[in-house]
Structure formats: C-alpha cells, structure tokens
Design a protein around this ligand. Structure first.
Ligand code: ATP
Ligand code: MG
Length: 722
C-alpha cells in the first residue's frame, strides 16, 4: 500500500487513474505540459513496484536520446534502482540493439555499421554519379528522401513495380542499386534500422516469441509522431496482448514531413479495441498567459481532435515581443536578456533559444561567445558529425570491417596518398561488376598487376596501412586504438596544411576524440556482446555526440523547435518569427503544412514555464540575401492582451505592421539610433547596428561600407549624422 501511495502521491486524479489502471492497452491523449511523460514514468514505476514486473519486462520508447536519458534518470530516482540495462531508448537505438543481438536472423553481417544521413547522402551521390544519372533531374537529396520515404512505409525496392514513368523508375532503380550497395558493404542507414528490426520480428517466429514474452508492457511517448514502420513494429511486439501504453498529443505532431502518421492514434483505437482513453487537461508547466496564448494560437488549426488546457498557476508576466532591427540586433537583445537573467541569479541551463532552422544559431553563438556565456547547441553539427571526426571514425570502421565501402571511399585518399582517379575508378568497376566490396576489388586489382608501379604502390600503401593499424589495434584499449589512428593515419599533418584557420580546431577535435574514447562508458556485459569499438562507433552514429562532457555544465540551450519537443525551460526565446522563416516559405500556401508549422509554434510556446520572449527582425540576411520579412502570421494569432512590446533604448525608425500595440519610444534620447547612417573621417559611410554601455563607456557597432564591422567608443569618435 505504501508503495502505491508513494508512486501516485504527486499526481492528480486523472493521472492516477492512468498510472494505476489494470494492465491493458491505453491511450493518454493530452495537451502540452499536462504530465504525459510524468504519467508514463510513474506507470512504469507502478508496474514494477505494485504489479511486480521486473524492469527487464518493460520496453519504453521515446523520441530523442536526451528524453531517453531523462526518463531513465527519473525512473532510477523513483525506484531507487539502477535502470542501466533496461530497454529505454529511441526507436532507432532499440532497433539497433535488436539487430546487434540477431544479425544472422536479420540477414546482416556481424560487423554491420550504422551510417548517419550524411554518410548516406555521400553514398547516394556516388551511386548517382557511378550510374551516369543526371543529378540535376535526380538530385541525390531527393533520391535519399525517396528511399527513406519508402523504407518508412515498409516498402522494399524488390516489391515495387515499374510504373513506366521515367522519373519514378529511375528512382526505383537507384533504390535497388543502393540496397545492393548497403548489403555488400555491411552498412545500415537510419531508416533501414527500423525496417530491418521490423522484418526481423516479422520473419522469425522464435525471435518474435522471445520478445513478446519478455516485454510484458510496452510504453511509447510522443506517439503522435510515430511513422508506419515504427507502429507496425510496436504492433508485432504487442500482438494479441493488449499491453501497449501510448501517450501523445495530436497538436504536437510535427514530423509529417518525415513520414509520421497522426492516423496512428486512430489506428491504435481500432487495433486495440479494449483500450482505455484518458485525457489530461490540467497544465502544470506554464503560467496562465503563456498557456492561454498557446491555446489561442492552436485554435486556428482546423484539423484537431480538440481539447483545451487550463492551469492553476498565476497569469504571470505578459509575453514579451521584440522587434529587432536586424538579425544581429535580435541576437544582441536575447543575449542581453540572458545576461540579466543570470545576473539576477537565474541558471543558464533554464534558458533556451529556439529557432526554426539550424542556420539561425550562428548569430546567437557569436554573441554568446563574445560575452563568454557558456552555451550548447543541440542538433546542429554535433561533435561526431564534424568532418575530421568522421574521417577518423571511418578509419576505425574500415579497420573493424574492411568491406565498409562508405569508409573506404571516405579515407582512401584522405590524407592524399597519390591514389588517382583512374585507379579508384578501376577499383569501383571491378567491385560493381563482381558485386564485391571496394577492398576486395582493390586486392584483385593489385593481384592482376595491371596497374602502373606508382599507382600500385599507392593503393597497396593504403591497404597495408589499414592492415597494419588493425593488427596493432587488436589488443589495444579503445582510446589507444583511437590514438593510434589519429597519429598514424596522417590526418593531423593533413589538417595542419589546411588553409583558412580551421586547422587548429580540427586538430583539437581529433584530440578530443581520443578523450571521448577514454571517457566512453562501455558496458562489458552488454546483451549484444558488442566489443568496445563497435559500441563506440554505433554510439557515434546514433547519438552524434549529444552526450558530451559539457552536457553537465550550466549552459544556455540552443536548439531547433523540432528538437525541443518534450522539454521545458523557465525562460524561452522563440526567435525569427517572420513569414518565410517561420512559417517556412514552402508551407505558406499549403494548408496542411501551415497547420504543421503552427503546431510547431505551439510546441515552442509551450516549452516556456515562466517567461517567454518572441522576437522577429525587420531586416534579415537570409541565404546570402538581404530581406525585409513581415512579422510571422502566428504573432497576429496571439491575442494582444497577452503581449507586451519590449522597448529598447534605441529608436527604431520603421514601425511594425501591428497597429494595435504600443508605439516604440526611445527610453534614452541618444543621438544614435539603430539603422542610423553616419560618416566617419577614416572609415567612410556606415550604418549603426548595435549600441551598448552608457556615458563615457558608450560604444556603437557600425557596419562600414567596404570596411566591415567596427566597434567605436563614442567618447573618442566623431561621427557625422547623414
Ligand atoms: P509535453 O507535451 O510537452 O511532452 P507532458 O504532457 O509530457 O508535456 P510533462 O513533461 O510530463 O508533460 O510535465 C510537465 C511539467 O509538469 C513537468 O515539470 C512535470 O513535473 C509537471 N507536472 C506534471 N504533473 C504534475 C502534478 N500532478 N503535480 C505537479 N507537477 C506536475
Ligand atoms: Mg512529454
């Protein structure tokens, strides 16, 4: 009894009902911040403590690695046990785990390697080129989307029929060629992980039986964003058992563009007829003003299952709206506010800057760096995705599996070792004709003696290097292996010669990789019997370096709206609210896509607990072009009574097209305004971009024509107003 109380103690009635319901299929359909994830974690705890299940009998799927880590942590806290070996993870992570345990039944090589989407694109580019296909008609990116789209739907190339349409049939031909390539090289892309894991269960009765018996309960967070193959996989695991527990929110479905099927919510209700639905309506996360704004916004969507959230919390502060002069001013404003937050005793980790597209992060990063504010970017180019790191990893991979063609292609001539185009083309030809790996083809070519002495030496040099490294690495610890390749592959000398000032960073990163390997938390008793190297490589591909040491540092969080799903922060900046950026250009005249963008905006707003800032810029440099975007239509969908415009000391000349709100006024009647044109005796004409400091410390940043950006102390400078 005590156990029961302690688990449901901190829950409201509806949540308790969900947590303590008898074991059966359940759907928790509820809005943002209503405690869905909390219910899911408590439900698992309940099943362990009260129903007596072992954590080994439970499977839990979440959307991101970060969410999975958090869930594991919360469970450990609740249950006071280690949930280390428990199957909690992302669909991709869990699928990978299954495939590692049953490579044979999954028809994969024991040494198969996971490639991320960057690797995948490279492979496709080469295929398109190798088959002499016009890449302006079949751009590799589109080919990749096509292939992944088919896989997400569970469709293999061999089951697809030719249509007589040249575009489609060429896509299909490429899909087939790509599949053959991956099989030959022992490579598995992200979509393939899911598809393979599904086929593994579908085609192997004994394997399916084993996992159906093992996983007595299956839980899924963010169910609204599962795609066809993920749902099919869940159904196999829970077939005839009525033991699937899903939580989701139709208003937060933001991955339709990647194959997510909101229909899965309806399908669930059909496929598990004796399920129970529970709705949660109280929001615990946000202040009244934030919540009401979010509700008002999402009400503009027609296709909704319909629910309204309420809260007991105070209304809190109004939502702040800031119109920036340009994107620099926007970043400057945000960083200033963060400084103030920290000065007032706030933690940096409670602050998030959320944006629509990764490219927006740079401005903020620069300003944060300038002010020495620690920050972390999620989802951008992560550590393991950097070029030098991927090259080093490719060495590790080809050492572990000589037939890994993607790695072969990546490093046979990095650093340059004189393997010419002709030689490598000959290798590729043999590989294609004989359906063997590049490595095997290279060996054949060398044995033929058909190469010139120089070409032959160069190629031999590469193969020998890899063989030698594999030999030396055999008995070495993981970090020693990494150190070995960093030192002996020639990568360091190679980058030293690189121009453009990147060399230093690249070399530091390579050294950091050795550290990462040393710090890697290897689970020797892993159920998949993976060796340390393979586990490290899989970790690099699947997590992309999310789990770095600085994860623990108190830093500001930067991420796209998409990756903010499920998270919460006390202070949130939702930036770049401009038509064309957010909502994104492509979605402005398509109702379904516009609604998805609006859901994304809803996700963004509902991340905020205490304070929310919305910002947009009157002028923005976008994809190299100066634009004057209009404020996002989403801003107009938030009722004025919840908003306050932030005035800053500068005058902004142009006023925004939202007449109901207060006019801008200068707090400080300074001579200079943002956007003011000036002339300097030495630097010529320019425009004022930023201002800071007061009295004798006052500085302005000016963009001078032809000279660029300069900070000038006003007390030392004479500027002529134009
Ligand atoms: P999202 O849709 O964004 O994923 P969610 O529905 O999963 O949100 P949670 O993250 O589980 O919501 O909960 C939101 C916040 O509210 C968390 O800080 C959580 O601890 C808190 N919370 C949820 N339920 C309660 C409750 N009954 N009492 C106190 N706090 C609660
Ligand atoms: Mg959640």
């Amino acid at each position: 009894m005590n156990k029961q109380i302690s688990i449901i103690d901190s829950l409201n009635d509806a949540q308790r009902l969900a947590v303590s319901a008898p074991n059966q299929a359940m759907l928790i359909l509820a809005g943002a911040g209503s405690g869905k994830t909390r219910v899911l974690v408590h439900r698992i705890a309940w099943q362990v403590e009260v129903e007596g299940l072992s954590i080994h009998n439970i499977l839990a799927v979440t959307f991101t690695n970060k969410a999975a880590r958090e869930m594991r942590g919360r469970l450990e806290e609740l249950l006071q046990i280690s949930a280390h070996a428990m199957w909690i993870g992302t669909f991709h992570g869990l699928a990978h785990r299954l495939l590692r345990r049953h490579p044979k039944q999954a028809k994969l090589a024991d040494t198969f390697q996971v490639m991320d989407s960057d690797d995948q694109l490279r492979v496709i580019k080469r295929l398109v080129k190798g088959l002499n296909i016009d890449d302006s008609k079949w751009p590799p990116k589109q080919v990749m989307w096509f292939i992944n789209g088919q896989k997400d739907e569970g469709v293999r190339a061999r089951y697809m029929l030719e249509s007589g349409n040249i575009y489609q049939d060429t896509m299909l031909m490429l899909y087939k060629a790509y599949e053959e390539f991956c099989d030959r090289s022992g490579l598995v892309d992200f979509a393939e992980l899911l598809l393979r894991a599904h086929e593994l269960l579908r085609d192997n009765e004994d394997v399916l039986q084993f996992y159906q018996d093992r996983f007595k309960q299956v839980h899924v967070d963010e169910f609204q964003d599962t795609n066809t193959i993920q749902y099919a996989w869940l159904r196999l695991l829970t077939e005839g058992k009525n033991n699937l527990f899903v939580v989701g929110d139709d208003d937060q479905s933001i991955y339709a563009w990647r194959g997510a099927k909101i229909e899965n919510i309806y399908n669930f209700q059909k496929h598990y007829p004796s399920h129970q639905v529970i709705k949660l309506e109280q929001n615990y996360r946000s202040t009244g003003n934030i919540l009401k704004s979010a509700n008002a916004l999402i009400n503009n969507n027609d296709s909704r299952m319909g629910k309204e959230l309420w809260t007991n919390s105070e209304d809190g502060e109004l939502i702040s709206l800031y119109t920036a002069f340009n994107e620099q001013d926007e970043a400057y404003f945000v960083v200033e506010k963060i400084r103030k937050w920290v000065d007032d005793g706030g933690l940096r980790q409670d602050v998030a800057i959320l944006y629509r597209s990764n490219a927006q992060s740079r401005q903020f990063e620069e300003k944060l760096m300038n002010t020495a504010t620690p920050y972390r970017v999620y989802g951008g180019l992560r550590f393991f995705e950097r070029m030098e790191i991927k090259n080093a990893l490719a060495y590790l991979r080809i050492m572990s599996n000589h037939n890994d063609d993607a790695s072969f292609e990546r490093v046979f001539n990095t650093p340059t070792r004189g393997i010419g185009i002709k030689t490598i083309d000959a290798v590729r030809l043999i590989a294609r004709e004989q359906q063997i790996s590049l490595w095997q083809a290279a060996v054949i070519l060398l044995n033929n003696n058909s190469l010139s002495a120089r070409a032959s030496n160069a190629l031999k040099g590469f193969l020998n290097l890899i063989k030698q490294l594999s030999g030396e690495a055999k008995e070495a610890a993981l970090f020693e292996q990494v150190k070995l390749i960093v030192e002996k592959s020639g990568l360091i000398e190679f980058y030293k010669k690189e121009k453009g000032g990147k060399a230093e960073v690249r070399i530091e990163n390579l050294e950091e990789l050795v550290n990462a390997a040393q710090m890697f938390d290897f689970d020797e008793e892993n159920e998949e019997n993976l060796n340390e190297l393979d586990m490290f490589l899989a970790h690099a591909a699947l997590e992309g370096g999310e789990m770095q040491a600085d994860d623990y540092e108190d830093c500001v969080q930067l991420m796209t709206l998409h990756s903010s799903k499920g998270l919460e922060f006390k202070l949130v900046f939702l930036v770049g609210l401009e038509d064309g950026l957010f909502p994104a250009q492509q979605s402005t005249d398509d109702v379904a896509r516009l609604e998805e963008e609006r859901r994304l905006c809803y996700v963004g707003i509902t991340r905020a607990m205490q304070q929310l800032y919305l910002t947009h810029a009157e002028s923005r440099c976008l994809y190299g072009k100066e634009t004057n975007p209009r404020p996002s239509r989403f801003l107009k969908e938030i009722p004025v009574e919840f908003l306050q415009e932030v005035r800053i000391r500068a005058n902004v000349a142009r006023s925004m097209s939202m007449p109901k709100r207060a006019k801008y006024s200068a707090q400080q009647e300074g001579t200079y305004k943002l956007g003011q044109r000036i002339r300097h005796a030495k630097f010529g004409e320019g425009v004022v971009l930023q201002m800071e400091g007061e009295a004798t410390q006052e500085r302005v940043q000016i963009n001078f024509q032809g000279v660029g950006l300069k900070w000038l102390m006003l007390s030392y400078t004479n500027l002529e107003l134009l």
